[in-house]
Design a binder for this molecule. Structure first.
Ligand SMILES: C[S@@+](CC[C@H](N)C(=O)[O-])C[C@H]1O[C@@H](n2cnc3c(N)ncnc32)[C@H](O)[C@@H]1O
Ligand SMILES: *[C@@H]1O[C@H](CO)[C@@H](O)[C@H](O)[C@H]1NC(C)=O
Ligand SMILES: *[C@@H]1O[C@H](CO)[C@@H](O)[C@H](O)[C@H]1NC(C)=O
Ligand SMILES: *[C@@H]1O[C@H](CO)[C@@H](O)[C@H](O)[C@H]1NC(C)=O
Length: 344
């Protein structure tokens, strides 16, 4: 005769297996509704969607997922079948309208129109998001920003999923986060998950021409967030971003130059006087303070202080109380122009 507590455990395991199989079944219905990647290359493959279901069915029933990049909502519908709640974000309102029709069978999806690069991520922070699915813009800087924003603004985040990992820039961003120890226990999903070759639709950014190419890299990658958050400080939020620099006082909005802070301490500028270097200020533990050297411009050092979001800075000569320069993240400057032009 099994002991009482053994019976409870058995019962729980049975209920769990039952829940998982219901989840797999509901996900499979949506997978069959979705076009295959060969018909619509913008969406994920059936295999990717199935691997998501296999990974998260059984634990997703009490989790909230945040989907970054929705397009026509074919992955959204699968996520809605797996997770308790799904928040799906895209910059294009027209795509969200199509997606909301494609996921109409599910009442647990909230669609939000937002620019992930420029708009305020703090709107997510009280939603207990456990899983982030990163599938918006696939350029390195964007993937890195989405991952870093997720890590910074989602205190309950446990998993990050990346699509189009076979693209060089996505792979580079994910690899850096893995090497920094921020993401751990990663595994391939979707086409090529086991290293077998598959053919995908690629394009030449110069000519815009599309062509097919083979790869053995996986279509997607699921990672766990390191509980220790080891190595987090090696990837400060301003690295690799472009900042427009203005001379103070800001009486007219004419850019004086462009800065980019590379991870290795190099500072690239658009100035003829050349670039220089940056480092954390040694005299303090404040992470918002940098010391810059721009030898072509000035013999003395400059002191840079970031705002808390690392989206803007003030720059002055060391010891001076006056900030001569103001820097701002390029995406923040471009955003009002995008919004206004989308209304024509
Ligand atoms: C590859 S598609 C997403 C495909 C979708 N996850 C699927 O599996 O069917 C990328 C989407 O990201 C959106 N996107 C691109 N840049 C964005 C940004 N800065 N903020 C929000 N969405 C963005 C695009 O509008 C596009 O719909
Ligand atoms: C099964 O799913 C229901 C409804 O989502 C949930 O309340 C319950 O806790 C789940 N049970 C197990 C054992 O996962
Ligand atoms: C989901 O349930 C598991 C097991 O009961 C629990 O450990 C976990 O914290 C829950 N997650 C959320 C987001 O509520
Ligand atoms: C830093 O990286 C850039 C670009 O990868 C490279 O050109 C430069 O030489 C590097 N500088 C140092 C000091 O390692």
């Amino acid at each position: 005769m099994p002991h009482g507590s053994t019976l409870i455990v058995l019962f729980w395991q049975l209920a769990h297996a039952w829940n998982s199989s219901i989840c797999m079944h509901a996900a499979e219905v949506e997978i069959r509704n979705a076009p295959e990647k060969s018909q619509m290359f913008v969406t994920t493959s059936h295999l990717y969607k199935r691997h998501l279901a296999e990974y998260f069915c059984g634990m997703g029933g009490n989790m909230t997922a945040l989907e970054l990049g929705v397009y026509h909502g074919h992955t959204t519908a699968v996520l809605a079948a797996i997770f308790r709640r799904v928040i799906s974000v895209d910059i294009e309102k027209e795509y969200l309208e199509v997606a909301s029709k494609n996921a109409a069978a599910h009442s647990n999806v909230i669609f939000l129109s937002m620019d992930l690069m420029a708009d305020d991520w703090t709107i997510f922070s009280t939603n207990q998001v456990s899983v982030g699915i990163i599938d918006a813009n696939h350029h390195y800087e964007y993937v890195m920003a989405d991952a870093q924003n997720a890590l910074r603004h989602l205190p309950h985040l446990q998993y990050l999923v990346f699509d189009d990992y076979h693209e060089e820039e996505v792979e580079r961003a994910v690899t850096e986060l893995e090497e920094a120890g921020v993401l751990v226990e990663c595994q391939g999903i979707g086409n090529g998950w086991n290293g077998s070759p598959w053919e995908f639709q690629d394009w030449d950014p110069g000519s815009g021409q599309q062509f097919k190419r083979w790869t053995t890299q996986s279509e997607g990658r699921i990672c766990k967030r390191s509980p220790a958050r080891a190595g987090w400080k090696t990837l400060p939020g301003f690295v690799n971003k472009r900042f427009f620099v203005y001379r103070q006082p800001l009486t007219h909005l004419c850019q004086a130059g462009v800065f980019r802070f590379l991870a290795n301490g190099t500072l690239l500028t658009s100035w003829e006087s050349g670039g220089g270097s940056w480092q954390a200020a040694a005299s303090t533990t404040r992470e918002d303070l940098l010391i810059l050297k721009l030898p072509g411009l000035l013999s003395s050092e400059l002191e840079l202080i970031f705002n808390s979001g690392r989206t803007a800075f003030m720059l002055s000569e060391v010891g001076s109380s006056r900030a001569d320069w103001f820097g701002i993240y390029d995406q923040l400057v471009n955003r009002p122009f995008q919004i206004a032009s989308s209304l024509f």
